[in-house]
Write a protein that binds this ligand. Structure first.
Ligand SMILES: NC(=O)c1ccc[n+]([C@@H]2O[C@H](COP(=O)([O-])OP(=O)(O)OC[C@H]3O[C@@H](n4cnc5c(N)ncnc54)[C@H](OP(=O)(O)O)[C@@H]3O)[C@@H](O)[C@H]2O)c1
Length: 239
């Protein structure tokens, strides 16, 4: 049976781009695209089989990236503990250094990297460094931190691959800027009508295109059941 873990591993091994690491978007949503009821709370969406898959995928990437919204809402550990590692390095997009010095991710076996804006508070940086983080300053872009600059820094630090887990702001930014190569999306057979995984992806054209082929897609897409969930994966293709 086709296996997203082996396939993503092969794609990472073949990645030779010097500008950025290979980026996989990997997240779980309900059938209607919900990733949470409210953005400030977590909603356990994955079943045991897809939770394990997530940890397998984490263990195949050098870094695991989330936005500070996810750190504040879920307080995740970002390890690959369900499969015994290896653990990817946690990476947090946090322009204003809102990550709490008590966040669980700071107890990770690998020191997390927090990307912050150049004007973020120095005292807050000192606190987070004392709690085990490495803080990297990068420029801001139109919406949040400059993702291309962040990825270039990670490449310079030796990262070959990064898995991006969320939340919605971060997933949307990577898709808008076409900076991801693959996606592995878990679909749980529930309907919630909550906080969506994605916002508008084509923002530079008014009105937004009415043709499906103007939007990013998985090509070729593959899918298979994992426990009660369905997993869809493949390389991302752009209009
Ligand atoms: N189901 C799943 O798989 C899954 C996975 C992860 C999260 N979640 C859920 O998602 C929710 C949190 O998502 P969220 O959308 O509120 O927050 P998020 O995407 O985790 O974080 C967004 C924040 O990251 C910072 N950021 C810095 N640079 C950015 C950039 N270039 N693009 C985007 N963000 C950037 C911004 O904060 P600053 O302006 O302060 O820098 C921004 O507000 C929670 O409810 C969580 O449970 C679900």
């Amino acid at each position: 049976m086709a296996d997203p873990v082996h396939e993503v591993e092969r794609a990472i091994a073949a990645w030779t781009d010097r500008k950025q690491p290979f980026v996989t978007l990997a997240y779980a949503q309900t059938l209607d695209g919900t990733i949470a009821v409210h953005p400030n709370e977590g909603l356990g969406i994955s079943c045991p089989e897809t939770k394990r898959l997530t940890h397998q995928l984490r263990s195949r990437h050098d870094g695991i990236l989330v936005g500070v919204g996810t750190v504040l809402a879920d307080n995740p550990k970002l390890t690959a503990r369900r499969v015994g590692g290896p653990h990817p390095t946690p990476i947090i997009l946090d322009s204003r250094l809102r990550t709490q010095p008590t966040a669980r991710v700071l107890e990770h076996p690998k020191p997390p990297i927090i990307f912050a804006a150049e004007d973020a508070d120095d005292e807050r940086e000192a606190e987070l460094v004392l709690s085990g983080a490495r803080v990297e300053r990068i420029p801001r872009a139109d919406e949040g931190l400059d993702l291309a600059a962040m990825l270039a820094r990670l490449r310079d630090l030796g990262f070959q691959s990064v898995m991006v887990e969320g939340g919605a702001y971060v997933l949307t930014s990577f898709l808008r800027e076409q900076l991801a190569q693959w996606a592995v999306i878990t679909l749980a057979p529930y309907l919630v009508g909550g906080y969506s995984a994605l916002r508008g992806l084509v923002t530079d054209r008014e009105p937004p295109p009415q043709r499906l082929d103007a939007y990013p897609r998985l090509e070729p897409a593959q899918w298979r059941p994992y426990g009660r969930d369905m997993v869809v994966w493949g390389p991302l293709a752009w209009a």
